[in-house]
Design a protein around this ligand. Structure first.
Ligand code: SF4
Length: 189
């Protein structure tokens, strides 16, 4: 089902003219969120990619592509979600289940730095949804990284906490802490 079929929220979206939106993009004009939604739901993938590429070359005409070396560190494979496609997770109590110790975490980060890595994505510093890991665990892990390594942690989101893992009595202040002190000094954002 496309987004247009699912979205009764903006019926005027359905009356837009795709050509007008494309023309705006090609004239380097900003499109509105509704025009973007219309484009996304009515354009084929190749056309969408082509328009994105035109914008990219308008903003960055040089024929140069950059990248960073980063690493996906799975701090635990124990997970309560049990997604049917996932071959990675192990249920709690499984003999192959693990939570990385700080020593192993540090070793993996140092290996990344030694290979020229500059970033760990928190979305890549990922693992299963462990029922016993609460917010304090993640704060502690981030502080550990922040205090020892000059590496950028690109935080997209924290994992959801299962009910039984919500042990922190200071969830709100901890989230503020993550947004503030814990995340900034070492380029964590
Ligand atoms: S590790 Fe991720 S993909 Fe695998 S079962 Fe858990 S939530 Fe799903």
């Amino acid at each position: 089902m496309g987004l247009s079929e699912m979205s009764p929220v903006c019926p005027d979206v359905l009356q837009m003219d795709l050509e007008d939106i494309v023309e705006k993009i090609q004239k380097f004009q900003r499109i509105t969120p509704r025009e973007a939604l219309y484009l996304f739901t009515h354009s084929d993938l190749i056309s969408l990619g082509s328009l994105a590429n035109q914008r990219r070359f308008a903003l960055h005409p040089e024929l140069r592509v950059t990248y960073v070396v980063d690493r996906n560190i799975n701090y635990t494979n124990i997970c309560v979600s049990k997604c049917r496609f996932c071959a990675f997770y192990r249920p709690a109590g499984h003999p192959e289940g693990y939570v990385l110790s700080k020593d192993v975490l540090a070793k993996k980060i140092q290996e990344t730095i030694d290979l020229g890595g500059t970033q760990i994505l928190l979305i890549l510093l990922q693992g299963g949804i462990h029922p016993d890991l609460d917010l304090d665990f993640y704060i502690d892990m981030l502080e550990f990284i922040r205090d020892r390594f000059a590496i950028h942690v690109h935080r997209q989101a924290l994992p959801p906490f299962p009910e039984e893992g919500r042990k922190s009595s200071a969830m709100i202040s901890a989230v503020r802490f993550l947004r503030g002190n814990a995340m900034h000094p070492n380029g964590l954002k």
